[in-house]
Design a protein around this ligand. Structure first.
Ligand SMILES: NC(=O)c1ccc[n+]([C@@H]2O[C@H](COP(=O)([O-])OP(=O)(O)OC[C@H]3O[C@@H](n4cnc5c(N)ncnc54)[C@H](O)[C@@H]3O)[C@@H](O)[C@H]2O)c1
Length: 273
């Protein structure tokens, strides 16, 4: 073990952490950081397991990573995910709800009720159900939940009504859960990232008319002049899980200052054809 991996520096040693959507982007970075800090991490996605990630976790240790396929829009699969986690590790200390999706630009005129329902199922009900089935175990360990929300749940975003609605609801739901679960000493917090460079952002920009412009605009939206990284999100999650023991019901903004100051926001200048 290296000097950075001594027991003292392992901030989540032997804790059991469940992370949804752990094979890409913010979820993947979070899986890696918790394993590096000694945790036994169970992570899921609805795709094939990521072989490179499995190898990287085995090599880095000192915790463990276990992949379980689970589509978080399916209640029976979520139940199974929790059951297998508890069967494998005997407990759950932290749930990180992260699996979510941002659809490409859509106006209200182009959005069907079914599309809205589908996104609610993934981004919101998925978080609710995973929390519901994990909580009986989290109460036993006085554990915590971290819900990955989004800055746009507070400030809105153009052509993204269903997405913004799901994220606003996650931030609000987090506070309601924090109130109810405090009697069990279970903490519930959310993280609201701004623009974070991940496969999701890459995919969204690739669909736009001018991907380079979109990426530049994405960087310029922050006072810090860049997008955040998935690692920075992972560090915020580790803080809330390991160190933020007096935080419950908070929404941690991880935005490079995107919500501050006035900007060039005048929509009246847009010419409608
Ligand atoms: N990237 C950003 O700029 C940004 C900003 C704010 C919030 N977020 C939120 O962070 C979270 C992660 O985003 P990301 O950018 O890392 O996305 P990503 O697309 O790079 O990764 C998403 C992960 O979720 C998994 N996933 C998707 N649908 C699933 C399903 N039905 N069941 C199980 N797993 C599923 C994917 O397999 C993948 O592992 C999302 O909730 C997103 O809304 C991202």
């Amino acid at each position: 073990m290296t000097s950075s991996g001594t027991e003292q520096s392992l901030r989540y040693l032997n804790r059991v952490v469940l992370i949804t959507g752990g094979t890409k982007g913010i979820g993947e970075a979070t899986v890696k950081l918790f394993v590096k800090n000694g945790a036994n991490v169970v992570y899921c996605s609805k795709e094939e397991k990521a072989v490179d990630l499995e190898m990287a976790l085995k090599e880095s240790g000192p915790g463990t990573g276990t992949y379980i396929p689970c589509d978080v829009t399916k209640e029976d699969e979520i139940k199974r995910l929790i059951e297998v986690t508890v069967k494998t590790h005997g407990r759950i200390d932290c749930l990180i709800n992260n699996a979510g999706w941002h659809p490409p630009d859509q106006t209200i005129d182009d959005t069907s009720a079914q599309e809205f329902h589908d996104l609610l199922n993934l981004n919101l009900i998925g978080y609710f159900l995973t929390a519901k089935y994990a909580l009986p175990h989290l109460r036993k360990t006085q554990g915590n939940i971290i819900n990955i929300s989004s800055l746009v749940g507070i400030i809105g975003q153009k052509y993204a009504i269903p997405y913004v609605a799901t994220k606003g609801a996650i931030t609000a739901m987090t506070k309601a859960m924090a109130v109810d679960e405090s009697q069990y000493n279970v903490r519930v917090n959310s993280i609201s990232p701004g623009n974070i460079w991940t496969p999701l952002w890459e995919e969204l920009s690739s669909h736009s008319a001018n991907p380079e412009d979109m990426v530049l605009g994405g960087k310029d939206a922050q006072l810090l002049g860049r997008m955040g990284t998935a690692d920075e999100c992972a560090k915020a999650a580790l803080y809330l899980a390991a160190d933020g023991t007096f935080c419950t019901g908070i929404d941690l903004l991880l935005t490079g200052g995107a919500e501050l100051n006035y900007g060039n926001k005048n929509q009246q200048k847009i010419i409608h054809h």
